[in-house]
Design a protein around this ligand. Structure first.
Ligand code: SAH
Length: 570
């Protein structure tokens, strides 16, 4: 578990909200998920308890469920066999009187249970024998340490549970509070060391993450990924250093975007950090202070006396993600966007959308700006990301549809700053308003369609008229974004006049207002009945083609669809 893993506190009703809040106070990174219709004012609403729990479990999100342990067990039963690392799962009594760790012994469930227990003033129901006896899970050392061999470790712990004493060699500060019987002449020993070797039957070998490897820029560019990872491994092996002790790779910042470096870091499962070409040796020296420095095969290896924190070594590659929130409802936001929001350090955007993207943690910096300052916002985003920060620019719907992605790319295209071009730029899609509206109406976009913004802020009205005329003539279904606003009152009326030249008054029209947001409305009407007064800037207008059909269904808005076939010679 790290700081970024947003723990999910899942509740079924308002009765457990008070307990949920007490847990959240202790774990500020946790988010409360409440059953839709039963609770209000929580961070996320969900529709189905079982699906939600299974989804979180599969994504590796730690789960604190405020309900009977049995409900949690039944809900997760079908996914327990799936491979992958298991997140901590706990059941907490609704009134906060019991904390029961259920799953995730090796990912810190008991530690989490103790923390929650402390917050609620109850003892956690710890059942893991090693944990009970020693007050810690020996097989799950804290961040900064890695167990050499889990299977061998399990055998070791059962020997220890049989009552034997233990010798600790090396520094294991986290065991200072543990209830271990120590003896200098004990047969069983716990070794903390970065030396590479197979643990003997009588020892628990733990590697501190204290080895830093710097790569010369020239070698990073000339070496293929597999080779670089292999070279790092070979250099570590030659120095008898455990790969598990490697804390990060350090490279010349000019090679920041070099794929070979990223692949090597992925293969070795460590973060990549950067500094200037001149600063490589001094950064290693400073980081591992007063300890060994080894030069080998274009690599510089530093071994520190204690675990290192990768985020304190040089700096990271900045990341800029332009994300689409979808129309509004949380269920319509793609998981990649949710994950990006969780890792963001800075969030930029039009205030309404930034608010829609929340809630945010106290450590996340929000930069809300006016809707019109798009290029300025894009440049600000690059400035932040070029400093190594994780930056998110929010758009509603899809970021590539009349939104921030194009502005961000334009800012980058114009820039000659190499630091901007090295940023890890990602565009993450969202459900655009036309698609969200179409889905609610049926399938009006089932055949060829044309998407247009009716705003003449950034393009001449004459172009809009020409395109409307041709698209209407081509019998394409039309989707209008930005159909009207206070500053653009007459344009929609003119647009409709153009369309009417080519289309029958009975042509179906769908108006979606605030789709996926509170108070959403969906209207099906006809081109003859459509007047600009029925449309505002929060409305999506879908105008049918000659083949678009409408039929009634009981108790709702009629279905609208455009068939996938097209009559010949039309
Ligand atoms: N990037 C956005 C579009 C931005 S343009 C997307 O992909 O959806 C803004 C226009 O989109 C609005 O004027 C309106 O026409 C439409 N729109 C955005 N969100 C909407 C929603 N929830 N319901 C209906 N229309 C919406």
């Amino acid at each position: 578990m790290n700081d970024h893993d947003a723990i999910a506190i899942v509740i079924l009703g308002a009765g457990s909200l008070a307990t949920a809040r007490r847990v959240q106070q202790r774990l500020p990174q946790a988010r409360i998920h409440g059953l839709s219709g039963r609770v209000e004012g929580v961070d996320h609403l969900y529709e189905n308890f079982g699906d939600t729990l299974r989804g979180l479990y599969r994504e590796g999100v730690p789960i604190v469920a405020l309900c009977a342990a049995g409900i949690v067990i039944r809900s997760l039963a079908s996914v327990l066999d799936e491979k992958g690392t298991e997140p901590p799962v706990l059941a907490v009594a609704e009134d906060g009187s019991a904390v029961v760790p259920l799953l995730g012994g090796l990912s810190g469930v008991n530690r989490l249970a103790r923390e929650i227990g402390e917050a609620l003033g109850v003892a956690a129901a710890i059942t893991t024998s090693g944990e009970l006896r020693f007050g810690t899970c020996l097989l799950n050392p804290p961040a900064g340490y890695a167990l050499a061999d889990l299977e061998q470790g399990k055998r070791f712990v059962s020997d220890l549970l049989a009552g034997e004493a233990l010798r600790i060699e090396g520094a294991a500060p986290w065991l200072a509070q543990a209830a271990l019987t120590q003896a200098d002449d004990a047969r069983l020993s716990l070794h903390v060391s970065c030396t590479a070797r197979a643990p003997s039957r009588d020892e628990l070998l733990i590697h501190p993450r204290s080895v830093l490897v710097a790569i010369e820029a020239a070698s990073a560019q000339s070496v293929h990924a597999g080779d670089l990872a292999a070279r790092v491994r070979a250099a570590l092996a030659a120095e008898h250093l455990a790969e598990a002790s490697l804390v990060c790779l350090l490279a010349d910042e000019r090679a920041m975007a070099e794929p070979a470096l990223h692949e090597a870091a992925r293969a070795l499962d460590v973060p990549l950090r950067f500094t200037t070409a001149d600063g490589l040796a001094s950064t290693v020296q400073r980081t591992v202070s007063a300890a060994q420095l080894i030069a080998r095969d274009g690599l510089l290896i530093g071994v520190a006396n204690a675990p290192l924190e990768p985020r304190k070594v040089g700096r990271g590659r900045g990341r800029l993600a332009v994300i689409g929130l979808g129309p509004g409802a949380a269920e319509l936001m793609v998981p990649a966007v949710k994950a990006e929001l969780a890792r963001a350090e800075d969030v930029l955007g039009y205030e309404t959308y930034v608010r829609m993207a929340g809630p945010f943690r106290a450590d996340q910096v929000l930069h809300c700006t006016d809707n019109r300052e798009e290029m300025q916002r894009a440049r600000h985003a690059f400035e932040l990301a070029a400093q190594g920060r994780s930056v998110v620019v929010v758009s509603s719907g899809d970021p590539g549809v009349f939104a921030m992605a194009a502005a961000v790319l334009e800012a980058l295209h114009e820039s000659t700053d190499p630091a901007w071009h090295r940023v890890d730029l990602q565009i993450l899609p969202g459900v655009s308003a036309s698609l969200a509206t179409a889905a609610q109406a049926g399938a009006p976009l089932g055949h060829d369609f044309c998407v247009m913004s009716l705003s003449d802020n950034l393009k001449p009205w004459s172009i809009i008229e020409k395109r409307l005329d041709l698209a209407a003539q081509a019998d394409l279904v039309l989707a209008f974004y930005n159909p009207i606003s206070r500053a653009r009152p007459w344009q929609l009326g003119q647009a409709l006049d153009i369309v009417r030249r080519h289309r029958d008054g009975q042509t179906p029209v769908v108006l979606g207002r605030d789709i996926g947001r509170p108070g959403q409305t969906l209207t099906v009407t006809t081109l003859a009945e459509l007047t600009p007064e029925r449309v505002d800037m929060r409305t999506m207008v879908l105008l049918g083609s000659s083949t678009t059909c409408v039929f009634q269904h009981p108790g709702g808005t009629p279905w609208v669809y455009t068939p996938r076939w097209y009559p010949p010679h039309r």
